[in-house]
Write a protein that binds this ligand. Sequence first.
Ligand code: ZN
Ligand code: ZN
Length: 123
Amino acid sequence: MEQGLYGREITRKEWKEDGAILEKADQRAGLLKVSGKWQCQRCGTDEADRFVPAPCACGKDCVYCSVCLNMGKIKTCSVLYSLPEQNTFDCPIGSPLQWNGTLSTEQNRASKDIVETVQQKTL
Ligand SMILES: [Zn+2]
Ligand SMILES: [Zn+2]
């Protein structure tokens, strides 16, 4: 299911599907040096004190981003895979927020209560 990559930045570790799909995807470094500063390619952080050096499984001393750590560690040696967003959404026609239904007695009362409360607050 390559849809899982549409518009997303995913590391190999996070990818649970067929690895062949990743080979076709766009690949870029997780962290890039941009005008002398590290920049996380997933969350966009470039504040120097947000990047933490640590010995890494790759054998080098890598730097990782502490901002988007809860989404998984993005390190110097991380590769982000992505595919361009393909989802297209139909534009709603008419008045998409208008509802033409009938409220039950209880819903009707709740609805009136809410309207009254709001009106009292604004007076
Ligand atoms: Zn980050
Ligand atoms: Zn590493």
